[in-house]
Design a protein around this ligand. Sequence first.
Ligand SMILES: [Zn+2]
Length: 168
Amino acid sequence: MRNIYIDGGTKRNLACIADEETGFVKLRKIRKTSRGSTAIFEFESLMTALTYIQKRVIDNGGVTIHTDSTEIVRFCRFCKSDNFTSRNKLKFRCFQKIRQVSERISLQVHWLPRNHNLAGKVLEYYRKRKPPSMEFVLDSFVCKYCNSRYISERDLKRHIYNRHVMLS
Ligand SMILES: [Zn+2]
């Protein structure tokens, strides 16, 4: 099972995806329409993840997209129904892409809390720092106890302290 995290950052108008297995990160600058809701960044990151899965993930063990947006989760469920309709172009493109990807692999979309979202952590980390480029591989700090991945030593240490240090 491959885990891809997605998030949209309104601060710098970015869509972000992070592939947990490889540490690959892709950022996309999104042009914001004047009256568009902030959900556009979430849908653009979903679109980015689906394109990435289609082109770069050769995996028949299935893929799970993780998002902290309940709207995305609800949308993806709605895509499975046969009476899907949307006048929103971006949503319709996402719908078509979901159908295409689902024909080839087992695709799941799961909700998770914001502070567990790897893509959200990446956006947070690069809110004030300049990202190395729009596509890069994360320096990974892997927990030796449970193999979860963190993007900074500070995050890893905090995780170890919270999860694995026995308090007496
Ligand atoms: Zn751990």
